[in-house]
Design a protein around this ligand. Sequence first.
Ligand code: NAD
Length: 498
Amino acid sequence: MREISHKLAFAHDAAPARYGEIFDPNNGGVQARVALGDAALLDRVVEAARKAQPAWAAVNPQRRARIMFRFKELVERNMDELAHLLSSEHGKVIADAKGDIQRGLEVVEFACGIPHVLKGEFTQGAGPGIDVFSMRQPVGIGAGITPFNFPAMIPLWMSAVAIATGNAFILKPSERDPSVPVRLGELFLEAGLPEGIFQVVHGDKEMVDAILDHPGIGAVSFVGSSDIAHYVYNRGVAAGKRVQAMGGAKNHGIVMPDADLDQVVNDLTGAAFGSAGERCMALPVVVPVGEKTAVALRQKLIPAIEALRVGISTDAEAHYGPVINAQHKAKIEQWIQTGVDEGAELVVDGRGFTLQGYEEGFFVGPTLFDHVTPDMSAYKEEIFGPVLQMVRAETFEEALALPSKHQYGNGVAIFTRNGHAAREFAARVDVGMVGINVPIPVPVAYHSFGGWKRSAFGDTNQHGMEGVKFWTKVKTVTQRWPDGGGSGDSAFVIPTMG
Ligand code: NAD
């Protein structure tokens, strides 16, 4: 059976004590196994990073950027192979797998501009003969712990900025689809990145805990589910690290009575069911405002949902493929049952979906609920599957309150032709990323990505200037060059510039 190994800066032949299974979500079989690492291995990885990092930080930013340019070209050249590899482990369709890689590459493009971004601040004459300047220096060794649902984009959100700013970076990708991160490591080397600056270690909780406790690692970036994000945040901070930890989501789409409903239905089906709903920026809750909107929307949604094509991940005609594994499929179907038990109306039932020839695949059909209410646990919790829930609201204020009061605050969208309502909504909603007639408002790479409330712990976002802030420490220098006359008395009061 194919074995997926760590991507390390040193030879490591010891047989792993434990392995994880990698499934083929299309047919349900095990296609590979992945070596799971432990704290002893991490010690060696950190040691290799520690040896390599000072020389990397000393490479001037323009040269570091040139490696990013070369890496971008290599990923583009290998796009097809990477997309197929990604899709074969994750189950998302090929076109969507390319989108996953492309969104990561856009952060690499941002990192190509690192010389400009790293210019510090300077004040001449902050006091008599005194200048002040600040610079951003790398944290040293950073680690990224990533989820299964974007095995290219999220590792690149973190690594591109961490590496371009002069850090050594250790990636612990999801143990469910670890092959693309390893390929990215190979391509970084091919692009000219020195050994030890990007290493990949596989593992589960044991490796995550080792990372959080390791004194040699200064910064940890995490993306995954909220309970684990919270845990990672607390444990990492207690160990003296800087930590950013992004969590789960339950994004709402508010549909105002004046919205273009045909457009909304197109946007909603893509955003709710694309990638089988396994996106933290999916739109699994729709909130029509007013009875008339709800009735009209429901009428248009049902045939659109029934027309969706679920297929294997290499089916070019499929709208979405299987979910990640059997356990997750069972969990989604359990949530559908919970919705029914709690009294929501199951309008389209995706349970029991099978694909001829792929009966053991992890497929879930598209599902629609109506008359979902905020007290239901199936509304409060993240399902992370192809399930769209309709929560009806009477007024704009009622609709605005729903995402604002929800425990998650990752993304939200409003569909309307009314600029005033949209502006008011964007200003007042208690959510980190807002779309106005944009169903999946993932910010471009030079802005930054991050939710609010239980969708993110810590205070810096991913990529853009927020990412640069996270992966660097500010050093501020106050300098004076006396003329050598030796004049002036000792100062016993705090110096001021007054
Ligand atoms: P997950 O929380 O199960 O796993 C994420 C990472 O944590 C993996 O690397 C995994 O190995 C590790 N991990 C798992 N259990 C652990 C434990 N008990 N202790 C320590 N580490 C542990 O998440 P997932 O299922 O891979 O990904 C889906 C989740 O990620 C969803 O909740 C989704 O909303 C969220 N997500 C959030 C964002 C965001 O930016 N906010 C983006 C993508 C995904």
